[in-house]
Ligand binder design. Structure first.
Ligand SMILES: Nc1ncnc2c1ncn2[C@@H]1O[C@H](COP(=O)(O)OP(=O)(O)OP(=O)(O)O)[C@@H](O)[C@H]1O
Ligand SMILES: [Mg+2]
Length: 253
């Protein structure tokens, strides 16, 4: 049997937000370089689970995370919640692309270069070169390479989603958290993002929240189904299991 290298290990993880228990007893193994899909009904806790991985639930006052979270790095295993990795480094290594593209109110180039100069301390030329490479990797360069100074808010929804992905890729993450990356897009733009993610598979550890069965069937290595804040099922991707596990959930084709 294939031995998988773990990237994240979660044991008995619980999250309380604003006095409400949102996740309970979550055990999860995220293998390195694979695509783990998190599926389940609206409100099941999928986004909250993604936010466990980069400590983003802490942005909500009064949030509490319990249980064990291990991040496996080349230098060894660290426990992010025990402060064994600095928060900026964690957020760089574990990049997140949100459901709705959150472009910054500035130029296309600035959206990628600004975090690099302010967070990573890159010089302007280095940041611009990194921006070009990230835009190429996110399949956006051909569309925007000649108007990098244009306001990012003038881009289409699909282009904005790819710009947000490029911004995250430019930080050179190991893990990409993608929260319903195609949900706010039309069919063609969604297909474009799906194809792009197929190209990223294997080079990054992907953790993807999705309602799309076909997308999951095509891209996922592992599928985790959440129900009411608990892991209902965790399986490899084989069609029969997927259909049985998703029965009754609000997925789309
Ligand atoms: N900051 C918060 N404070 C209090 N409750 C929250 C907070 N964020 C999320 N919740 C609640 O936690 C539960 C899980 O939310 P979450 O966003 O993780 O669900 P989800 O599975 O991603 O749903 P969807 O598919 O609709 O995005 C919901 O009941 C939600 O109302
Ligand atoms: Mg969500």
């Amino acid at each position: 049997m294939e031995t998988l290298t773990p990237h994240f290990t979660l044991r008995g993880v619980g999250v309380t937000l604003n006095g409400r228990r949102i996740l309970e007893g979550v055990d999860l193994d995220v293998p390195k370089g694979r695509a783990t899909f998190i599926m389940g009904r609206s409100g099941a806790g999928k986004t909250t689970l993604l936010r466990v991985l980069n400590r983003l639930n802490e942005c909500f006052p009064g949030s509490e995370t319990s249980g064990e979270v291990l991040l496996h790095l080349e230098r060894g295993v660290v426990r992010p919640y025990a402060g064994e990795i600095a928060l900026p480094e964690l957020r760089r290594l574990v990049g997140m692309v949100f459901q709705h593209p959150n472009v910054l109110p500035m130029s296309i180039a600035g959206n990628i270069a600004m975090p690099l100069t302010t967070v990573r301390g890159c010089g302007r030329d280095e940041a611009m070169e990194a921006a070009r490479l990230a835009l190429q990797e996110a399949q956006l360069w051909k569309e925007v390479g000649d108007r990098l100074d244009a306001d990012a808010r003038t881009l289409s929804g699909g282009q904005q989603q790819r710009l947000c992905l490029a911004r995250t890729l430019a930080m050179r993450p190991d893990v990409l958290l993608l929260d319903e990356p195609t949900s706010s897009l039309d069919f063609m733009a969604a297909r474009g993002i799906e194809e792009l993610l197929e190209g990223l598979k294997g080079r990054y550890t992907l953790v993807v929240v999705s309602h799309g069965r076909k997308f999951a069937a095509k891209l996922a290595d592992d599928i985790v189904i959440l129900r009411d804040g608990r892991v209902y099922k965790h399986s490899g991707n084989n069609g029969t299991d997927l259909d049985a596990g998703l029965e009754g959930l609000d997925t789309h084709p």
